[in-house]
Each structure stands twice: as structure tokens, then as C-alpha cells.
Write a protein that binds this ligand. Structure first.
Ligand SMILES: Cc1ncc(C[n+]2csc(CCO)c2C)c(N)n1
Length: 227
């Protein structure tokens, strides 16, 4: 059995729950509040900056040129293409790139990216691969599903989001990450596999928390003190 088949079995209940989440459903049905979407986009922009560090760590720790190149391409693609989506949405509503970048980090965004970076720094390159897997793969999973919902691809505001994450380019990104984890886990003992599975499960929970953060426009417990 491929390691990614084992992983999918483990995370499937969590990922299925994304499709029932009010924010994700709101994107697919075109009903999500603009304020919530703006909060999500701003937090996701700073998330992607931190996430890109994990690609850089993975590239630095890679033991072969294929892995190093995939991580370098993911880094380039995230900063130049995925983040363009966020810059385009921001421009539409009058938020500059500088304002986007200066977004105050929410508690969930901080916890999630800190976890990924610490896992990537603690272990070998396999930890970086495990840390990025759920993000890349679950977005493709959600994108492909929402693309089947009536009107989702053509929605005036949220259609761009659905088109990007349901695209073949993003499916290829998820496939590249899956290939990396399958390759690197081939001869690993069970205790190491379990440790990698834990990273994928925890990042999957963090993905759920990120949708919740968007839905609730949450930042930190005492809002007045949050920047
Ligand atoms: C919270 C959150 N999780 C996952 C993604 C999706 N994503 C992040 S990096 C990457 C790979 C290539 O850019 C993909 C698909 C996101 N945007 N925000």
C-alpha cells in the first residue's frame, strides 16, 4: 500500500468535515460574507509567507536534486502565482500589497505556521515533506469538490479561488508532494512512519482551525490588544 493511501485513510474524516464547514461551503455556494473572506485572504497571505520558509528548509535539507528542485519550484510557485491570487483580490477591494504583507498574524495562523516550521527544522527533509503535504493536497481535494458545485467556478468573487485550487496545476503540486512522501518513506520503520503520519494529521486539524478562524474573523482572545 502506498504511504499516501494510509495517510488518506487517517485524515479522510477530517478532510470530509472541511466540506461541511460553513466557510468552505460558503465559498462553494458563493454566499460567504466579504468581511470573512477578506480576513481569510489577509491571514492566508501571511500564512503563505511563513509556509514558504518550510519549502526553503526542505530544499536546504534535501538529499537529492529531484527533491531540492521540487521544493524550489514550490517556493517559486507559491510566492509568484498563488500569492498573486491574494494580491488580485486585495487590489479589487483597495488593499495594497504593503498593507497585505503588514497583516497582523492571528493566533491560529501563528500556531499553524510555527508548528510547521518547528517540525521542518527538527527533523530531516521527510519532516518538511510531511509538514506541507496536507496543505497542498487538501486544497486540491477541496477545489476539485467545489468545482462540481453549481455556479462555483463562475462566481463573480469566489470563482477565481475555486478555479485556482481545482486547476490541474494545483493537482500536479499535490501529486508532486505525494510522490515525495511515498519515495522517502519506502524503507522507513513503523515508528518513523507514525511520526510523519502525526504531522499530517495535526496539520489537517490546523487546516480545520484555519477555516474556523476565517468563519469567526478571529485574531486573539482580547481583540483590542490584537494588532
Ligand atoms: C491555510 C492554507 N492551507 C493550504 C493552502 C494551499 N497551499 C498552500 S502552499 C500550496 C502549494 C503551492 O503554492 C498550496 C496549494 C493555503 N493557501 N492556505
Amino acid at each position: 500500500m502506498l504511504f499516501t493511501d494510509r495517510l488518506f485513510k487517517k485524515v479522510e474524516p477530517v478532510w470530509s468535515s472541511y466540506l461541511d464547514h460553513p466557510f468552505v461551503k460558503g465559498i462553494g455556494e458563493g454566499t460567504v460574507d466579504e468581511d470573512k473572506f477578506i480576513h481569510y485572504m489577509r491571514q492566508d497571505y501571511v500564512y503563505l509567507i511563513e509556509y514558504s520558509r518550510v519549502f526553503a528548509i526542505g530544499s536546504a535539507k534535501a538529499k537529492d536534486l529531484k527533491t531540492m528542485t521540487i521544493f524550489a519550484n514550490l517556493l517559486h510557485g507559491t510566492m509568484n502565482y498563488e500569492m498573486d491570487l491574494h494580491r488580485e483580490y486585495a487590489a479589487k477591494i483597495g488593499i495594497s500589497n504593503e498593507e497585505l504583507e503588514a497583516t497582523g498574524p492571528s493566533s491560529t495562523m501563528t500556531a499553524y505556521t510555527s508548528y510547521m516550521i518547528s517540525q521542518a527544522q527538527l527533523g530531516g527533509v521527510e519532516n518538511s515533506i510531511a509538514a506541507v503535504l496536507a496543505c497542498a493536497w487538501s486544497y486540491s481535494f477541496i477545489g476539485k469538490e467545489l468545482a462540481r458545485w453549481p455556479g462555483a467556478l463562475d462566481h463573480e468573487l469566489y470563482g477565481n479561488w475555486v478555479r485556482m485550487y481545482s486547476s490541474d496545476e494545483f493537482a500536479k503540486i499535490a501529486e508532486d508532494c505525494k510522490e515525495l512522501i511515498n519515495d522517502i518513506t519506502k524503507d522507513k520503520p513503523e515508528d518513523e512512519l507514525k511520526a510523519l503520519e502525526d504531522i499530517v494529521l495535526r496539520t489537517s486539524y490546523f487546516e480545520y482551525m484555519f477555516w474556523d478562524m476565517a468563519e469567526n474573523i478571529s485574531t486573539w482572545p482580547v481583540k483590542e490588544l490584537a494588532r
